[in-house]
Ligand binder design. Structure first.
Ligand SMILES: *[C@@H]1O[C@H](CO)[C@@H](O)[C@H](O)[C@H]1NC(C)=O
Length: 403
């Protein structure tokens, strides 16, 4: 009996130790966050173990979360939801039922997940798309692009771009009663990266006549040149997205070869002959002082030039939208950006805001001081956080007023 109790206490202590994670003071609902983070970390450990044993690719295990959160398309009295495809790429389409005398607005949504995981059908994304369609009486197209490790750059971008250019045809907009001057592209995390890249690509595409009214970039990934910005350093162990995981997502976007992962992890993947590009991601000039704190700018150590020869995507603005030249940036539409304080990607968002503003683009930036990456995914059970609803409501409200 005594040994049983002892065992129980021991297990409880170990479990508490595993789940406990010190979080910044201003993070709310700490125990829920810890539990969510522990679940997520466990999946990561399972992924590493499966990979070590040669059973599965790390991302195949991470993909289990996407499957666990899968929802079927469910229509209700206000919207019709269907899974279909545009230009051979699967999409989940949300069409409002409410009769409208005027043309409708549209939001093209691109989910996050580091180009490796995630789906439009995941409960939090499905909920976000439904609410967007309902609150804005808008058509929502949520894209299921192909993912790594099966597909690498630029497949993810190409799939998304194929959907966007298909949807922006006048005949298709007519079919869904969409107003061609009230269309937004939006995405979170890697989806924000793809949204930004799409908005840039459209500037140079003579085939597409319709212009975007808005790009909404929710804690987007914006560059792979410097993976040691102050936010990468300060938030390397924050919930949901550790620095290691983000670097893994980056390297998987280009290749499954671990050599690139290792080079990127030590921030040594850009060769000296390309160092001139670093000015576009120089956080020393692009960040506000309060985020620099006591960090001192160091140019990333020069890497071996074999990486950029093998993976030219490393220097491609479709992967790192921050690489676009200033004179091109000025053509971009009204931009909405969300950043979170405890996010490795925070400085990517801040740097893009700063460059867009300098180029004269209208930018609305909502920065959240008390939260971390991926917060919008925590808008539904089992890890439903109040802050997720605040962020989502404010985003939808802004979109409603401006689109
Ligand atoms: C970054 O900016 C600082 C000034 O704030 C400058 O001294 C440094 O040379 C810049 N480095 C690059 C690579 O642009």
């Amino acid at each position: 009996m005594a040994s049983k109790s002892l065992c129980f206490v021991l297990v409880a202590v170990l479990l508490a130790y595993y789940i406990y994670k010190p979080l910044p003071d201003n993070v709310e609902e700490k125990y829920k966050v810890m539990l969510m983070d522990a679940t997520f970390r466990t999946l990561g450990h399972a992924g590493s173990l499966a990979e070590l044993l040669g059973l599965k690719h790390y991302m195949e295990v991470m993909m289990l979360l996407t499957f666990a959160e899968h929802t079927e398309p469910t229509s209700d009295e206000t919207i019709t939801v269907t899974d279909t495809s545009f230009n051979k790429v699967p999409v989940r389409l949300y069409l409002p039922k409410q009769h409208s005398k005027t043309l409708r607005r549209a939001v093209i949504f691109i989910h996050g997940g580091g180009w490796c995981v995630g789906s439009a059908a995941m409960k939090p994304y499905d909920l976000l798309s439904k609410q967007t369609a309902q609150q804005l009486n808008a058509v929502v197209v949520s894209i299921n692009y192909r993912l790594a490790p099966e597909a690498h750059f630029p497949t993810q971008f190409d799939d998304v771009y194929a959907v966007v250019t298909f949807f922006l045809q006048q005949s298709i907009l007519d079919k869904y009663s969409v107003d061609p001057i009230r269309i937004a592209v939006s995405g979170d995390s890697a989806g924000g990266n793809l949204a930004a890249a799409v908005a840039q690509q459209l500037l140079d595409d003579p085939e597409v006549k319709v212009k975007l009214k808005i790009q909404a970039l929710i804690y987007p990934v914006m560059q792979s040149l410097d993976l040691n910005t102050p936010s990468y350093q300060d938030n390397s162990h924050m919930p949901v997205l550790s620095r290691t995981l983000m670097v893994r997502f980056w390297s998987e976007y280009f290749t499954t070869d671990q050599k690139l992962f290792e080079a990127m992890l030590s921030n040594r993947h850009i060769p000296s002959q390309e160092a001139h590009l670093l000015k576009h991601v120089n956080w020393s000039t692009l960040l506000p002082d309060h985020l620099k704190k006591n960090h001192i700018y160091h140019i990333p150590e020069h890497g071996d030039s074999t990486f950029i020869k093998k993976y030219p995507g490393l220097l491609d603005r479709r992967a790192s939208p921050l690489l676009l030249e200033d004179d091109k940036l000025k053509g971009l539409p009204l931009t909405y950006v969300i950043t979170c304080m405890y996010d490795v990607l925070r400085d990517d968002g801040f740097m893009y805001v700063s460059r867009l503003q300098k180029a004269g683009v209208q930018v609305v930036h909502h920065h959240y001081e008390s939260t971390f990456h991926g917060i919008l995914l925590l808008n539904s059970s089992p890890f439903d956080l109040a802050i997720a609803h605040q962020v989502m409501d404010r985003y939808l409200h802004w979109l409603g007023d401006n689109l």
